[in-house]
Design a binder for this molecule. Sequence first.
Ligand code: FEO
Length: 401
Amino acid sequence: MFNVRKIKEDIYYIGANDRRLEKFENMFTLPEGVSYNSYAILDEKTAVLDTIDSSTVEVYLENIRYILKDRELDYLILHHVEPDHCAGVIELCEKYPNLQIYATKKAIDLLGQFYRFDYLDRCHAVSEGEELCLGKRTLKFLTAPMVHWPEVMVSYELSEQILFTADAFGSFKAVEGHLFADQVNYECDWLEESRRYYINIVGRQGASVVRLLKKVEGIDVKMLCPLHGLVFRTPETIQMIVEKYAKWAGYEPEEEGITIVYGSMYNNSALLADFLAGALADAGMPKIRIHDISKSDISNVIADAFRFSHLALVCNNYNTELYPKMDALLREMMMLNFDNRKVSILYNMSWGGKAVEIAKDILSSGKKIEYVGDVFKIVSSLKEEQKEEVEAFAKEIVASL
Ligand code: FEO
């Protein structure tokens, strides 16, 4: 059964939802699914922009059959060749013998690496600023290396001023009928998954995203069409998501608040985290999120750590080292360039160990990480007589807002 949506005259959404996949890239949970977006332009020439993941290739091919009817497919534009956007390439080449593929040179190389791909003679390596005229519609290609992968490009449709953005401006979460960001309450219902997607998937590549934002700054854009999530077509929603991206890519906190992360085997560090959270709330901390690192998906913890100005880590020893899940969190966070935040450390030890040294050593790769307060230590459990110290620690953190 096909699932085609018209987004402009002769321009269609031909993507599909996947609500069965447990983990994106086999790492990131997908409680609300994910969409793989693809678009088609039916002009004097026909073009399909990107393909989709193998899990949804059947509906995708059905979508193409439905919109083309008896027409030939002339062009396949590949903005990004990560496998979640590349299933169906071989089927399309087989089915449409005159199909030409437009992609960057690097993308064509990667196609050959990932697949037994016998159609290199059909591939055209585009250059920066090159245009492809389809009739009334013309696509202009702009390279965007490392806006997730090195081969990425975006394309700008000149007549309708639509930017097809590859992974940029994408989101986790399957499309729920409403395809456009202005049809939903994006801040309430989508932003969290959009942030989690960006920070965890593209977050390391902030400098590349900034370069892309600069490249499209001078271009009038009436619609942003990403490869995941919703389409942005109003000035308000375009401005909203571009401003979010500018912050995320610049490693700026989005808002004042704190993420508290703890590891806890016997619930004592959890109780310390909760006591600190209460003290922070009483001291005036505007927003507080708490994560048990053994329970929360690491991608949610990282998204919150990037969202807020402050981070508190309740570290404990495990076999005298840092609690392994906390260790893994910090390493992944630093791989994504966690930076420009205020960090406080609390420490639970029973007979010695080097959890704090290890945590600080991992965090030392950040450029603008400022510690607030001295390390606050408990021995196995928080004692009654230490509660005032926690309250004072909380006040010190709030004073640093
Ligand atoms: Fe959605 Fe980088 O692929």
